[in-house]
Design a protein around this ligand. Structure first.
Ligand code: PLP
Length: 963
């Protein structure tokens, strides 16, 4: 009896594992036969070098069912105390419109998409991002905006970087930060400056002009809530040929004059309070805008308008040549994954409410601040400032009493400045809340009536916004912000955009290095639970016990999985993790009197973020060659390590290599670097080929970032969010990021922050937590093994038709492979781009194109794809090969074939003209399988050059819709 029960239980436990892993047991055995091995084990033995195989299984526990996992996590989450937050400081409660909550945030059509590298099948999110940019431009009063940065504080650090690049004050090496900028922003910008070797001066805003600076940062309104006319401050900074940057509150900009109109060169801030939950710190999108003149210096991605082959408007990422994929250490920033999903939410919030709705929300917030101020002043309470938008700072000699009363009522104020506390009202504040605030601050029996004060404020108006700063121009006049205010219209607009985009809910996205695996629904459920979604990142720790437990467990599991000793969850993307890891290395060397060690060795095959991050840590980059098999050229490595020995800081190496093989020499590489006193930074983007089988710590590396949005199931969101935690060996642990508002245990007190929030994008950590819980030690290892089986099966089948560029031992690959299209291109003139676009007609997103080798496709199927789906992809590739052969044989000319005309839209195929060498049906339905699941690209091939020559980065004017 008890046996039968435990068997039943066992089957249930296996439930999630077998759902996460795509191939059925029968499919696995078919693939193994194709590979001529008798077991998964045999394949792994052939593939993974014995010297790096883990001797011990993981200890993250046994897999748990979806139901068990969510019920346990709910009990953990319920330990969080969701207080009413008036903390402000860049994070505010917001009402997420339900139509956006369900149809965007909780919708795989939106959250499983990748960065829009294939714009013809991404016009939906590109339009939404263009809305985000247009909204940014209107509200900031500037010329050019990017499609989201990681958070307000890192955006401020990017502004400093931009200021240094474009300022004509070439001799200046100092950046000024007004002392009333948000504390966490001062922290993050200071960290960045320290790495760049810039001096930071923090002082009274009026003092900026008295320093030799290349730029300055002001907060508008200030962190304590004052609304100051910064026109003269900006002019003063500019009189020194320095760049004036302003961090602004997005909601206040509905009522306040745009900083761009006051003269600012850069305006940035968080779009969180536009309908994105606080989530204990993130993820949220930052907005960033600057002058047109600085467009080549703008950090992050920009969406631009171009034309497709038929002359229709079509959107795509503009000026890609500024970014790390191309410019590497000369890129404007290391940002790769950004915050697309959250930028889309904020943009939709603006679309849904429209200019009038937003203004009403902002006015209501401001009115409540006025009412609160008026009541307090009537009772003789001293306010620090005479102007405000939403935040009042009370100068208080009974602060402790007030805070105790607030806590007792489940209310948080901002308390981190001595002798004062601040109250920020928000969209969620009600009249009853204001009455409660009076009770807290004044004690009960104060006799104030909110209704009476409200009537009074309404009758007499208020001067809390200086007349010179009252906004008088129209914003968000574009039809996109004035058309979808009923829920029906909004629902359809969201759906219309969604259906233009190919996401994981349509077909596999085999982007090598990006690990587009299953983002299970059960993993996604917790992120919108109020217990996780509605916590302010600076709330007292004892209110975040649930978060601390969940984060603590995730931390310990990641320590176990990586073979390191400690993990920091603060970095909010892989590239930010690289940066945090390099800072740890630098500080470690400095702590040993080795500050001169500044050379970073990077193999030529490295991801562009590696050199871009090394440059941010002021390291000197020396490139190490790869040999003809794609491995690090050991002779070259030894010679270069020898050459720079005294000054060697570290190597940055990806494992398995970006060429998709387990290099046999990896331990030797670690030893060589260590012998020369250097540290090993292992880029962990390829952890999907390591988990449970080997680990960076076990191999001998010192520090790695992980991409939780790759290996650990956080969805890519169409280009973010992500989480890029770093794992380190114990000697580096003291040098991991800290935070100046909320201390992060386990690291040195003085360490700066790399993200605005102490735990970065905490709200999405439950996804990775749930994945690990449901897979357990055994399931995680199985996932890695199946990723290797799938990749080798795909490689084996494709190798019958295409050369595979690199292979490892026994002719095997790791979890991805590179198909070399160059020989076919030489024979036919058909490019890798043509193949990528033609794949769209077959219903697939192209694999990674031309990284790490130009003219190739890098394919990573992941463990989540079934053999059926992989076979469909192979069928498409083989069919495309046949098409190329027809070009080679002359049956089709190079000008007239389905590859160069790909992708085909409905309009193209059904149009009145048809002068192609192939028929219409074949254009759209080249193999029978397509008919069952046809995906129509909505524009034909996009002209990138045209778009960059005629740069338009906001919603096209209404006239273009008319013609
Ligand atoms: C994805 C990736 C990165 C960068 O990660 P982001 O989260 O996009 O910043 C770095 N290195 C490699 C090898 C990657 O694949």
């Amino acid at each position: 009896m008890s046996n039968a029960k435990s068997l039943e239980e066992l089957e249930q436990k296996q439930d999630f594992i077998r759902r996460h892993i795509g191939p059925s047991p029968a499919q696995v055995s078919d693939m193994l036969s194709a590979l001529e091995v008798s077991s998964v084990q045999e394949l792994i033995d052939q593939t993974v070098p014995a010297s790096i195989r883990l001797e011990q299984p993981l200890t993250v526990g046994q897999s748990r069912t979806e139901v068990e996992t969510l019920s346990y996590l709910k009990s953990v989450a319920s330990k969080n105390k969701v207080f009413k937050s008036y903390i402000g400081q860049g994070y505010h409660p917001t009402n997420v419109p339900h139509v956006i909550l369900r149809n965007v945030l909780e919708n795989p059509g939106w959250y499983t998409a990748y960065t829009p590298y294939q714009p013809e099948i991404a016009q939906g999110r590109l339009e939404s991002l263009l809305n985000f940019q247009t909204m940014t431009l209107d509200l900031t009063g500037l010329d050019l905006a990017s499609a989201s940065l990681l958070d307000e504080s890192t955006a401020a650090a990017e502004a400093m970087g931009l200021a240094k690049r474009v300022s004509k004050a070439k001799k200046a090496n100092a950046f000024f930060i007004a002392d009333d900028v948000h504390t966490q922003t001062i922290d993050v910008v200071t960290t960045r400056a320290e790495q760049f070797g810039f001096e930071i001066i923090v002082g009274k805003a009026e003092d900026a002009v008295n320093h030799d600076i290349f730029g300055a940062l002001f907060q508008y309104p200030t962190t304590s809530g004052e609304v100051v006319d910064i026109t003269d401050l900006i002019a003063g900074v500019q009189s020194k040929k320095a760049i004036a940057c302003v961090a602004a509150d997005i909601m206040s900009l509905l009522l306040l004059k745009a900083p761009g109109k006051l003269g600012a060169d850069v305006v940035l801030g968080s779009a969180q309070r536009f309908g994105v939950p606080m989530g204990y710190g993130g993820p949220h999108a930052a907005f960033f805008a600057t002058r047109d003149a600085y467009k080549r210096s703008l950090p992050g991605r920009i969406i631009g308008v171009s034309k497709d082959r038929l002359g229709n408007d079509a959107l795509r990422m503009a000026m890609q040549t500024r970014e790390q994929h191309i410019r590497r250490d000369k890129a404007n920033s290391n940002i790769c994954t950004a915050q697309v999903l959250l930028a889309n939410m904020a943009a939709f919030y603006a679309v849904y409410h429209g200019p009038q709705g937003l203004k009403t929300i902002a006015q209501r917030i401001h009115r409540f601040a006025d009412i609160l101020a008026s009541g307090l002043k009537a009772k003789g309470i001293a306010l620090k400032h005479s102007t405000w938008f939403d935040t009042l700072t009370v100068v208080s000699d009974n602060k402790d009493h007030v805070i105790a009363r607030a806590i007792a009522k489940g209310v948080n104020f901002a308390t981190n400045h001595e002798g004062e506390y601040s109250i920020s009202v928000s969209e969620t504040t009600t009249r009853a809340d204001v009455a409660e605030l009076f009770d807290i601050i004044l004690g009960e029996g104060h006799g104030l009536s909110v209704d009476a004060i409200a009537a009074d404020v309404e009758a007499n108006g208020s001067e809390s916004i200086p007349a010179s700063l009252v906004r008088d121009d129209e914003v968000l006049t574009h039809p996109n912000f004035n058309s979808y205010h009923s829920e029906t219209d909004m629902l359809r607009y969201i759906k219309r955009l969604e259906s233009k985009d190919l996401s994981l809910n349509h077909s596999m996205i085999s982007l090598g290095s990006c690990t587009m695996k299953l983002n299970a629904t059960a993993e996604m459920i917790p992120i919108t639970w109020p217990e996780f979604a509605n916590l302010h990142p600076f709330c007292p720790l004892d209110q975040a016990e649930g978060y601390q437990i969940m984060i603590g467990e995730l931390h310990d599991w990641l320590v176990n999985i990586t073979g390191y000793d400690a993990v920091s969850l603060q970095p909010n993307s892989g590239a930010q993790g690289e940066y945090a890891g390099l800072i740890a290395i630098r500080k470690y060397h400095e702590s040993r009197g080795d500050a001169h060690r500044n050379v970073c060795l990077i193999p030529s095959s490295a991801h562009g973020t590696n050199p871009a991050s090394a440059q941010m840590a002021s390291m000197k980059i020396v490139v190490v060659n790869c040999d003809k098999n794609g491995n690090v050229d050991m002779a070259d490595l030894k010679a270069k390590a020898e050459e720079v020995s005294e000054n060697l800081s570290c190597i940055m190496i990806t494992y398995p290599s970006t060429h998709g093989v387990y290099e046999e020499t990896i331990r030797e590489i670690c030893d060589i670097i260590h012998e020369h006193g250097g540290q090993v930074y292992m880029d962990g983007a390829n952890m999907n080929a390591q988990v449970g089988v080997t680990s960076p710590g076990f191999i001998g590396s010192d520090v790695s970032h992980l991409n939780l949005h790759k290996t650990f199931c956080i969805p890519h969101g169409g280009g973010g969010p992500g989480v890029g935690p770093i794992g380190v060996k114990s000697h580096l642990a003291p040098f991991m990021p800290n935070h100046s508002v909320i201390n992060v245990p386990g690291t040195n007190i003085g360490n700066g922050a790399v993200s605005a929030a102490p735990y970065g994008s905490a709200a999405i950590l439950p996804i990775s937590w749930a994945y690990i819980t449901m897979m357990g030690s055994e399931g995680l290892k199985q996932a890695t093994e199946m990723a290797i089986v799938n990749a080798n099966y795909l490689t084996h089948e494709l190798s019958k038709h295409f050369p595979i560029l690199y292979r490892g031992r026994n002719n095997r690959v790791a979890h991805e492979c590179i198909v070399d299209l160059r020989p076919l291109k030489e024979q036919s003139g058909i490019t890798e781009m043509d193949v990528a676009k033609r794949l769209q007609d077959y219903g697939f997103h192209s694999p990674t194109m031309s990284f790490p080798v130009a003219g190739t496709l890098m394919i990573e199927p992941t463990e989540s794809e079934s053999k059926g789906e992989i076979d469909r992809f192979i069928e498409a590739m083989v069919s495309i090969k046949g098409e190329i052969e027809k070009v080679i044989s002359g049956e089709w000319s190079i000008e007239n074939n389905p590859l160069v005309f790909a992708p085909h839209t409905q309009g193209d195929v059904l149009g009145n003209e048809w002068d192609r060498a192939y028929d219409r049906f074949y254009a759209a339905f080249p193999v029978p399988a397509v008919a069952k699941n046809k995906f129509w690209p909505t524009v034909t091939r996009i002209d990138d050059v045209y778009g960059d020559r005629n740069l338009v980065c906001s919603c096209p004017a209404v006239e273009t819709y008319r013609d």
